[in-house]
Design a protein. Structure first.
Length: 202
């Protein structure tokens, strides 16, 4: 028995060589699994590209129809400044923890809120003339949890993209414009969002 085995036996109160070997094998398996998970995670993060980020932005905007309909049916105002402040603060904190520059992502988060509200207002205006009977998803139990999840995903993707040396450039705008295909998003909305993205990596 070598010194390392003796130390480990004393540390874990092992009584015989058989239990020592079993413990050793289990530790090797767990260590190997941990390395595999970390390796896969690092590889996935390294493969973040602009298309993934653009698609996540678009996916978040797809929920605005249900947000607008839920608020309309429950007589809630589209603009909720207290809620916006809370969302912005949470997003900024999460971004900072991931290493994103707070002073540069602030404009992007505000742009997302502005475009989200614009989509809701346009839906509400449309329903004044053409009411809908569709039932939206629940705002508290379905929509907001989904938006929070996508927000975290977007922050993670942005952080990974920045850390791997990625930059947002005007040459990418056609790809961004094609990716953002949510109804009632105007060209001006797209440019507002994209210009805010560019500031993150300036």
């Amino acid at each position: 028995m070598n010194k390392l085995q003796l130390i480990m036996m004393n540390l874990f109160n092992c009584k015989d060589k058989a239990s020592m070997k079993h413990l050793h094998k289990m530790r090797i398996k767990k260590y190997g699994l941990l390395c595999l998970i970390l390796s896969f995670s690092g590889s996935a993060m390294a493969n973040v590209d602009v298309d993934s980020i653009f698609n996540t932005i678009n996916e978040r905007l797809t929920y605005m129809q249900d947000v607008a309909l839920y608020k309309a049916q429950h007589h809630l105002a589209i603009e909720d400044l207290a809620r916006e402040k809370q969302v912005l603060a949470s997003a900024m904190q999460a971004a900072s923890q991931l290493g994103l520059p707070a002073n540069k992502v602030d404009s992007f988060f505000k742009a997302q809120i502005a475009v989200a509200k614009a989509i809701q207002y346009r839906y509400r205006a449309h329903w004044l003339a053409s009411p809908t009977s569709r039932t939206p998803e629940d705002l508290k139990t379905q929509i907001r949890p989904a938006l929070i999840k996508l927000g975290k995903q977007l922050n993670t993707e942005l952080a990974a993209y920045v850390k791997q040396g990625g930059h947002f450039m005007q040459a990418q705008y056609p790809r961004f414009s094609d990716a953002i295909n949510v109804k009632y998003v105007t060209d001006a909305d797209k440019k507002l969002l994209f210009n805010a993205l560019i500031k993150i990596t300036e």
